[in-house]
Every structure is written in structure tokens, then in C-alpha cells.
Design a protein around this ligand. Structure first.
Ligand code: PMP
Length: 423
């Protein structure tokens, strides 16, 4: 494969874009390929190379690169008609009604423009409505580029994970290991009266893919209730991806107080949302006094795309298709690993999958387990090999990969062939 044009573009980009990219994960080594266009489940780069795409925009593209016709029509209609006004539109109401109808925890919703904005506002809402400052999060979890959750460490020894955030911010955040009931109980024994919320993804999707052990999410539900704290599920990735239209909370049968959304809910356009019980969400301004606002929030084009995305999934075999291909892919990779790399494991559920380069064949239970995997080997050798075989995976060991409605059995077969050779 030749990448001359991508290399030229990256060279130009490095002069005017920080690190040559607008989101750090995109800066793959030695230089990223620049995308020319998408085609179904594939992307074509600036040099004309074609890849089977499992990055899928890091999650939003449930249908791959060719959205169903009603999505495209709605996007064109709303972009031609405005595209936005600074005044409310019917499509925002329709989309909110749909989400409230399907997602167990959602009675009321506020749309924003990114997952980060959603988690920032969710944390503010939790702090405001409980009158408490501390939040509990999971080690290795990711909730976007927000000051309260960009921390590292363990209870009693927490620091910002990036420069530019005051230490005093991190004092209010307590990271605990996922799937560890004992630690979260201890933290609540010590700080229970000061904890506004536990915020977690129901399935960690930014640190490998780590599933909750039986009963763990229910424990979080019980413990937060006992202490008058809130439970926030960050479903930015899992929302409308895992558990179909009921999201992961429906799949696991645990209903949080607040849910954050992003990605799929915007049909491929920038989006975020905070949903939950009406008595909480209506505390946002202007109904309440928890400040929340945004020029582009509820953007009609995004709302139309998101709404038609979900409508189409409600009326077609979308989740059956993507989940079946997800099963086939996970089973196929497992077979290959058994033969070629029994120390590695396959993780994921529904249409999410990842190969973990574990050293002992044991499925990771938390972020620390994942970081013990052969992360460099995954990134520097395996990912490159897969790319050279025409398969575009997320470029590090930690981020999930996604099957879309546009993927076919043939794509899966070709992908498994590539795995066989690359591994
Ligand atoms: N929460 C989770 C669980 C995420 O995976 C992400 C992004 N991958 C975010 C929040 C932040 O979303 P965004 O990048 O849209 O700000």
C-alpha cells in the first residue's frame, strides 16, 4: 500500500493543527492515513486504499458510511431549511420523546453537543441536586475531556491526569477499580455523606472492553441509594449500541438516576445528552438554577439525523444484524486465538469487540488488568499489520471497535483472514 498523499497531507497538517489532528487518538504512527470518503462499511484513503472500517467514527456510525435513505433525506431537509435558529424546533421534541419512550431511566432530556459536555453537565447536576462535591469514577474509565474526571490514582491519592488541571479539582474525585465491590463499599463508608454520584460506563469501552461481573451494577445502584447519592451511567458509547433501543441499562436491568449519551444519538453529527428523572433534569436552567446552555444544542440537523437513525433501528433488523456479525467475529477470532495465541482473549458484546493482548488468557476485570496487556505490541505491530491487510481498527489496545449495519458476512470473513495472518 502506498500512502504518499496521506504523508503529504500530514506534513501540511503538522504546521497548522496541533499534532496534525483535531483529536489525539487520530495521530497514528508513523502518520495517519487521511480519509477521502466512506463507502458502506469501508473507508477509502487519500491514496485510494480501501479498508474495512471497525472504527466507525469511534462509535456513532451504526449504519456505516451510507446512512439509510430517510436519514439522508432528513439531514438534507433540515440543513437546507436553516440549518439552525437559536429558537426551538419540533424535531428536538420528537427526538426527546423517542428517547424517553425507549430508555428506562429517561423521563426528560437535555441535548448538548458532545459526550464531554454531557458528562460535565451530568456531574454539575449531581453536585447541585445532592449538595455534595465528591464523585466516584472507575480507574481507566473515560468520560471525555472534563476537569473532574481526568484524574489518575486511587482513593486517598488522586491527581489530575493532565497538565492544566489544578490539584484541588482532583480532590473531589475518587477513582475505584471497576468490578470491585469491596473498594466502593469502603469508599462509601468513609465518604458516603459527601458523594454526589458514582459515574461509570455500564461496560467499560475505553479501556479494553470490560464487562461488569454479575451483580456489580446492581451493587452500585443499591449503595448509591443507601447513601443518597446518584448513579450516573455514561452511555455515550453503549447507548443505542448495547441492549438495542433500551441501551445497556435495559440489558442489565439496572436503572441509573442520570444517563449521558453521545455518538449514535446524533446520527453521525456532533451530539451529547443528559437524560434522567424529570425532577432532576428540570433543575437545569431555565426551569431550575443549575446552569446549562449551548448555541448549537439540539441542532436541527443533528436531531433529525439522530431521530431517523433510531426510527430506522426501531423498524428494521438493525440490532439483529450487527449483533449476529459481532457474535461471528468474536467466535471467529476466539478460534484463531486458540490456535495461534492462547494467551490472548476476545472481549465485547453485541456489536462491540476487541482482542486483548493479555499475557495469561484471563479476561480483564478492570482497567489495571487491561494495562498489563501487551499494549505496545498491539499498537505498534498488530494494528499496523491489520491496516496493511486492509482492516482499520481503533489504534490502541484500549478503545472498542464496532460492527455496523453496512458490514457483511464477506467483510467478516475477510477480517478473520486478516486476523489469522496478522496474529
Ligand atoms: N464518555 C464516554 C464513555 C466516551 O467514550 C466518550 C468519547 N469516546 C466521551 C464520554 C466523550 O465524548 P466526546 O468525545 O463526544 O466529547
Amino acid at each position: 500500500m502506498r500512502h504518499d498523499e496521506s504523508r503529504r497531507l500530514y506534513d501540511r497538517a503538522l504546521s497548522v493543527l496541533a499534532g496534525g489532528v483535531n483529536s489525539s487518538v487520530r495521530a497514528t504512527q508513523p502518520y495517519p492515513f487521511f480519509v477521502e470518503r466512506g463507502d458502506g462499511a469501508h473507508v477509502i484513503d487519500a491514496d485510494g486504499n480501501r479498508y474495512i472500517d471497525y472504527v466507525m467514527g469511534y462509535g456513532p456510525l451504526l449504519y456505516g458510511h451510507d446512512a439509510p435513505e430517510p436519514v439522508q433525506a432528513a439531514v438534507q431537509k433540515h440543513s437546507a431549511a436553516g440549518p439552525m435558529y437559536g429558537a426551538p424546533t419540533e424535531i428536538e421534541v420528537e427526538h426527546a420523546e423517542f428517547v424517553a419512550r425507549h430508555v428506562p431511566s429517561v423521563e426528560m432530556i437535555r441535548f448538548v453537543n458532545s459526550g464531554t459536555e454531557a458528562t460535565v453537565s451530568a456531574v454539575r447536576l449531581a453536585r447541585a441536586t445532592t449538595g455534595r462535591d465528591k464523585i466516584v469514577i472507575m480507574q481507566g474509565g473515560y468520560h471525555g475531556a472534563q476537569e473532574s474526571t481526568l484524574v489518575k490514582g486511587e482513593p486517598g491519592n488522586v491527581h489530575p491526569s493532565t497538565r492544566g488541571i489544578p490539584d484541588s479539582f482532583a480532590e473531589h474525585t475518587i477513582p475505584v477499580p471497576f468490578n470491585d465491590e469491596e473498594t466502593v463499599r469502603e469508599v462509601f463508608e468513609q465518604h458516603g455523606d459527601d458523594i454526589a454520584a458514582v459515574m461509570t460506563e455500564p461496560i467499560l469501552a475505553n479501556t479494553g472492553i470490560v464487562a461488569p461481573v454479575d451483580g456489580y451494577l446492581q451493587t452500585l445502584r443499591d449503595i448509591t441509594e443507601e447513601h443518597g447519592s446518584l448513579l450516573i451511567f455514561d452511555e455515550v458509547i453503549t447507548g443505542f449500541r448495547v441492549g438495542g433501543l433500551q441501551c445497556a441499562q435495559g440489558k442489565f436491568g439496572v436503572t441509573p438516576d442520570i444517563t449521558t449519551f453521545g455518538k449514535i444519538i446524533g446520527g453521525g453529527f456532533p451530539v451529547g445528552a443528559i437524560g434522567g428523572k424529570a425532577q432532576l433534569v428540570e433543575q437545569f436552567t431555565p426551569g431550575g438554577d443549575v446552569f446549562q446552555s449551548g448555541t448549537f444544542s439540539g441542532h436541527p440537523v443533528t436531531m433529525a439525523a439522530g431521530h431517523e437513525y433510531l426510527n430506522f433501528a426501531a423498524e428494521n433488523d438493525v440490532y439483529d444484524h450487527v449483533n449476529r456479525l459481532g457474535d461471528d467475529l468474536r467466535a471467529g477470532i476466539s478460534d484463531i486465538l486458540e490456535d495461534q495465541a492462547p494467551e490472548y482473549t476476545v472481549v465485547g458484546t453485541d456489536s462491540m469487540f476487541k482482542t486483548m493482548f493479555t499475557r495469561d488468557g484471563v479476561t480483564p476485570k478492570n482497567g489495571a488488568d487491561v494495562s498489563k496487556a501487551e499494549t505496545d505490541r498491539w499498537e505498534r505491530v498488530f494494528w499496523q499489520e491489520m491496516k496493511d491487510h486492509g482492516v482499520f481498527l481503533t489504534a490502541n489496545q484500549f478503545e472498542s471497535q464496532f460492527v455496523s449495519y453496512a458490514h457483511t458476512d464477506e467483510d467478516i470473513e475477510r477480517t478473520l483472514e486478516a486476523y489469522k495472518e496478522a496474529l
